[in-house]
Design a protein around this ligand. Structure first.
Ligand code: HDD
Length: 731
């Protein structure tokens, strides 16, 4: 049989070959400008294909050291060798003490509506202006080489390159922080990181020191509830919210200030993994999140997030049951709605991981006129730590001269010299006041555009004390719990059972469950039961802690209320083998891809498979090389021979079983149903355990556009975690 070409596979290959980062670029980044300046005059002088030393000597032998005879000793004279190895030996800079593992992307921010009533920040005035951004996502605890899918907070650091300065909104994917005062940060991180004596475990909080600390810090309970929820294991960076966490200030031209909380709302909706899946992905694809970010941008499925603000008038500061300056609290959206003011689109992958993702140096002090700090003691403390940490990472005060850190705003000051200084500032004047330089550079008055610190009156006795308005540690943790739907509550309980189950010291477990009694009686009882221990007594002093059960619910706190109807960016697996029903397979591919999903054909071995009619279909992945954990949904087309082969393939059966257990949509046409039945029979669970929630099947004659639309509909729902008896299924 003549080998026919496969349209789908061919066009995919061509698309990926055609991708040239320079062509996908929508707006130049500051690094581009800088690079092209530096390159001007050099390009064309050297043949670009020649290998050179650091200073431009063309290297004639990159294979052998300089030796005294072919079998003789190496000569110290070998300056090429010493330069190469010396450079290599110095390739690393210290990894970030937290947020070491990260992935980043360039993009643009587009304002929807001018915000001049609240802030004079230039980039928030004119909806015609696009502001370039660079965003770095990260996990907190793990080292640079750790797995993406660990249960953890995710960093969500956004740099806006504005005309007035870089504005760094260094946030997280959860809206609250585990501590109220920065002075506790080293303790929190020491406790969370691998234990000091044996450096175990990597990128996991499921160990004694973490829960020892947390159980002694009731203020962390609210953040812990978020981390134990599926928010701690996002599906992808494109599917998670971002939060500035602190309350900041907006200041307008008239000097009027209001309080503001920043939110990023993912256009794709909020979606997460489930725990079994996250753990397996840690082995199958530790790069799961960074790979998805990279691939989706390369494919043109750009992650998008709308910027939202919650604004509170200055005079309403004390209208809440909690303190706006307390970073362990959020402002429920039911009390202050989020106004959507713009959209960020991530549309370009970095060109070089080290130069951009690793060397980006975020700092909360990178702020613009019109945005200001509040007295949140966590925020105030961070202002010191970020500069200090960059000095340590770069060994020089000149890190802002690196291309990724350079602002597009003019830089003109009397700071000079230091390791690796790049800029050559002309003239002899490097002090102020001066007359020799005409007084330049001159400070500007606030009215003339200088940075405005809101002149908030401050008076007080010097104290080391926590404000009594920070004392309520449980009300919002309880609000979060009450706002979850049943399956979200189940996942939170299971997360506590996993984490505390790994804690060896029983007293720590007791102290933690004792704190949970203050969140919710049912939660505490379920965790105690699951750990096989009696319900501990409430913590000492709990009666003195203020508490409010208002509001009763905040629906935005549940992921179930933050879904998105679109399947754009979802990854769908089609399981097939030789003699597959090619028509059903093709219809599935075209329908799903036209809706923005990425479809992969997975077969027992790589190469091509043949349809019933003899058409050759290219295989994207062989079954042993992938797992259902890497996909959002599965479709099994008919074709008796194809399905029989799959039923005899343990990888295919496991694929469907796992997809079912992880709540994923499954579609099957005609004989494809047999694979679902085989998966059910071998699941170890009683017969008829596989309910039809999120499963769509049809006969061969009914595989049409209408069926595919229904399948798209269930894929859009992402997960069916409410399927009964999921725990009974063995995978
Ligand atoms: Fe932090 C990095 C987010 C509190 C000290 N932090 C870092 C990053 C993010 C956050 C996203 C990674 C930035 C990047 O991608 O390069 N941190 C937060 C949030 C906090 C917070 C949302 C609370 C609301 N951080 C916090 C405190 C301190 C620090 C209280 C210390 C007093 N954070 C650091 C740091 C890091 C850092 C040590 C490590 C690497 C870096 O700064 O550049 O300075």
């Amino acid at each position: 049989m003549a080998k026919q070409s496969n349209q789908k596979f061919q066009s995919k290959k061509m698309a990926s070959q055609a991708i040239n980062p320079d062509l996908t670029r929508l707006s130049p980044s500051p690094s581009d400008d800088n690079r092209s300046d530096q390159m001007a005059g050099l390009v064309g002088v050297l043949p670009s294909e020649s290998l050179t030393s650091e200073t431009g000597t063309i290297i004639s032998d990159n294979q052998n050291q300089l030796k005294a005879g072919v079998r003789g000793p190496t000569l110290l004279e070998d300056h090429h060798y010493r330069e190469k190895i010396g450079h290599f030996d110095h390739e690393r800079i210290p990894e970030r003490v937290v947020h070491a593992r990260g992935a980043a992307a360039h993009g643009v921010f587009q304002l929807y509506k001018p915000m001049g009533d609240y802030t004079k920040a230039g980039f928030l005035q004119d909806s015609a202006i696009e502001t370039p951004v660079f965003v770095r996502f990260s996990t907190v605890q793990g080292s640079r080489g750790s797995a993406d899918t660990a249960r953890d907070i995710r960093g969500f650091a956004v740099r806006f390159y504005t005309q007035e300065d870089n504005f760094d909104l260094v946030g997280n994917n959860i809206p609250v922080f585990p501590i109220q005062d920065s002075i506790k940060f080293p303790d929190l991180i020491h406790a969370a990181k691998p234990e000091a004596h044996n450096e175990i475990p990597q990128a996991s909080t499921a160990h004694d020191t973490f829960w020892d600390f947390i159980s002694l810090m009731p203020e962390s309970t609210h953040a812990i509830m978020w981390i134990m929820s599926d928010r701690g294991i996002p599906r992808s960076y494109a599917d998670m919210e971002g939060f500035g966490v602190h309350t900041f200030r907006f200041v307008n031209e008239e000097g009027t200030s209001s309080f503001v909380k920043f939110h990023w709302k993912p256009v794709a909706g909020v979606h997460s993994l489930v725990w079994d899946e996250a753990q397996k992905l840690g082995g199958k694809d530790p790069d799961f999140h960074r790979r998805q970010l990279w691939e989706s941008i390369n494919q043109g499925t750009y992650p998008e997030y709308e910027l939202g603000v919650q604004i509170v008038a200055n005079e309403e500061e004390f209208d809440f049951e909690f303190d706006l300056l307390d970073s362990t609290k959020l402002i429920p959206e039911s009390l202050v709605p989020v106004q959507i003011i713009g959209k960020m689109t991530l549309n370009r992958n970095p060109d070089n991981y080290f130069a951009e993702t690793e060397q980006v140096a975020f700092h909360l002090g990178n702020i613009v006129p019109g945005i200001d700090f509040t007295n949140d003691p966590l925020l105030q403390g961070r202002l010191f730590s970020y500069i200090d940490t960059q000095l340590n990472r770069f060994g020089s005060a000149n890190y802002n001269e690196l291309p990724i850190n350079q602002p597009i705003a003019n830089v003109n000051n009397n700071n000079r010299d230091g390791f690796m200084r790049q800029r050559i500032v002309k003239g002899r004047v490097n002090y102020e006041p001066n007359s020799l330089g005409g007084g330049c550079p001159m400070q500007k008055m606030m009215q003339e555009g200088g940075f405005t610190t809101y002149p908030e009156p401050v008076e007080g006795t010097k104290v080391r004390e926590r404000s009594p308005t920070f004392a309520d540690h449980f009300s919002q943790a309880a609000l979060f719990w009450r706002s979850q739907v049943d399956w979200e509550k189940d996942h939170i309980v299971n997360a506590f059972l996993f984490e505390l189950g790994k804690v060896e010291i029983i007293g720590i477990r007791e102290r933690m469950v004792s704190n949970l009694t203050q969140v919710d009686a049912v939660l505490a009882q379920r965790v105690a039961d699951g750990l096989g221990m009696p319900l501990p007594t409430p913590p000492v002093g709990y009666k003195d802690v203020p508490y409010t059960a208002e509001p009763e619910m905040d629906e935005k706190l549940s992921m179930a209320n933050n879904l998105n109807e679109s399947i754009k960016g979802r990854k769908i697996a089609i399981l097939a083998a030789n003699m597959v029903d090619g028509a059903a397979l093709e219809l599935a591919c075209t329908t799903l891809e036209s809706e923005g999903a990425s479809v992969k054909i997975i077969a027992p071995i790589s190469g091509d498979i043949s349809s019933i009619t003899g058409k050759l279909i290219g295989v994207d992945h062989s079954l042993p090389t992938v797992s259902s954990t890497q996909f959002d949904a599965v479709f099994i087309p008919g074709g008796m021979e194809s399905v029989k082969t799959l039923c005899l393939n343990s990888f295919a059966v496991l694929f469907v079983k796992e997809a079912y257990k992880h709540g994923k949509p499954i579609g099957a046409a005609d004989d494809g149903v047999l694979l679902i039945e085989k998966a059910e029979r071998t699941s170890g669970a009683p017969n008829d355990t596989f309910s039809d929630i999120g499963i769509l099947t049809v006969t061969k004659d009914e595989v049409d556009a209408n069926f595919m639309d229904q399948f798209v509909g269930i894929v859009a729902m992402h997960r069916f975690n409410e399927r009964p008896d999921l725990e009974a299924i063995s995978v």
